[in-house]
Write a protein that binds this ligand. Structure first.
Ligand SMILES: Cc1ncc(COP(=O)(O)O)c(C=O)c1O
Length: 391
């Protein structure tokens, strides 16, 4: 990976004044992605699936190519990819569209983002929680204990946005399937950073967001073809049907039946460019680079008095580093770091439930991506030393 070269693709990094470590929330966009979207807006700003003219046909082709790329990106088939607004909408789609009754149970972990918690609290089924280990790692034993015949879905985060721990997706899928349950993986924090092979993992649904992986705001839902076919659409309207009468509607096959109305064509086209960019670098290289930065940052931070790090050792936390400094408010740390040019996230990271259950008020989170460097990590460590010295 030639980081110095690729950093030139991200204009905000050009003068070195900004250190961007809030990638778990929103990634930066390379010029290639913005240009691809510009091309759509300037050259063929049509809609797919409706118009016979050349501009519409071009939009349709590019939209279909993006779907094909998203499928390849996770080793799925193109009919198994539904475009949505974001991970949140992808999960809501599943929670509204699979039929669950009050005697059914949905399991999540105790570390879910609100986007993979609230939909299950409101889906009409019972919702129960798999308790993770003290260090934040997944407990297969606790999953085994809680699984029973009423469990119809196990919906778990793949990589945690609190502490970066990646759950053993393949093993979870196997255990859930053996018990007769389906599996949804929230891949918002894994798809941007590591290779995902849905067939190898065996998940039935996966959800992720383009905006966390160099792309614009768009979401992706993967669903096993036979399951999508059996599901009711979440939203209905134009482009979801082949025919309507005043009393009835005939729905198209998936994915179309789930994509109501005109879609985010620019988003899909930008997302395709982002996936090309990531593939060009290689997901394995990206993962290795980020884990390396995290190991280095963790080692240096652990040597600063008063710093406490959430989760297990760095090699198990991908590119996410959540921490606190004793006696200093986490928001104050993020504000001071911002004044020094370092962008961090602070608070409960949309996982209020976990912070409340552990009696932790919040944390500061640094999250790394492919364009971050060792030099930036050193500057971040120096900044934290200065902040910690204020105690
Ligand atoms: C683990 C996890 N799940 C779901 C989401 C929701 O993603 P989005 O806001 O793109 O829908 C996030 C966002 O930070 C996340 O980190």
């Amino acid at each position: 990976m030639n980081i110095e070269k690729l950093r030139k693709d991200f204009p905000i990094l050009k003068d070195g004044k900004i250190i961007y470590f809030d990638n778990a929330c929103m990634s930066l966009k390379p010029v290639q992605v913005v240009r691809a979207m510009e091309r759509y807006y300037y050259e063929f700003p049509g809609c797919a699936g409706r118009s016979m003219h050349k501009i519409g046909k071009r939009t349709e082709e590019e939209y279909a190519k993006s779907r094909e790329k998203a499928a390849k990106f996770i080793n799925a088939k193109h009919g198994e990819i539904v475009f949505t607004k974001n991970t949140t909408e992808s999960i809501n789609l599943v929670s509204h569209s699979i039929k669950l009754g009050k005697n059914d149970t949905v399991l999540t972990t105790d570390k879910e983002h609100n986007s993979n918690l609230i939909p299950w609290q409101r889906c009409g089924a019972r919702h129960e929680v798999i308790v993770t280990n003290e260090d934040g790692t997944f407990s297969m034993e606790n999953l085994k204990k809680i699984l029973n015949k009423s469990v119809k879905l196990v919906s778990v985060v793949h990589t945690s946005n609190i502490d970066g721990v990646t759950n053993p997706a393949k093993e979870i899928s196997k255990m859930a399937h053996d018990a007769g349950a389906k599996v949804l993986l929230d891949c918002a924090q894994s798809a941007p950073h590591k290779e995902i092979d849905v067939k190898r993992i065996g998940a039935d649904f996966i959800a992720f967001s383009g905006h966390k992986m160099l792309g614009p705001s768009i979401g992706v839902l993967y669903g096993r073809r036979d399951l999508l076919e059996g599901m009711e659409p979440f939203m209905t309207g134009g482009d979801t049907v082949s025919r309507t009468t005043y009393r009835s509607a005939e729905f198209l096959k998936p994915p179309e039946k789930f994509e109501a109305g005109l879609q985010n064509y620019a988003g899909a086209i930008g997302h395709a460019a982002a996936m090309d960019y990531l593939n060009g670098i290689g997901m394995k290289n990206i993962e290795r680079h980020e884990t390396g930065l995290n190991e280095c940052a963790t080692k240096s931070l652990s040597e600063i008095e008063g710093v406490g790090i959430l989760g297990p050792r760095a090699s198990e936390r991908s590119g996410i580093l959540s921490f606190n400094i004793e006696d200093i408010d986490f928001h104050q740390i993020a504000l001071m770091a911002s004044e020094m040019g370092i962008m961090l996230r602070s608070g409960q990271h949309c996982v209020h439930s976990w912070f409340a259950s552990r009696g932790i008020a919040g944390s500061v989170r640094a999250s790394f991506y492919l364009y971050n460097t060792r030099d930036e990590v050193d500057k971040f460590v120096d900044a934290l030393k200065k902040i910690a010295a204020l105690r």
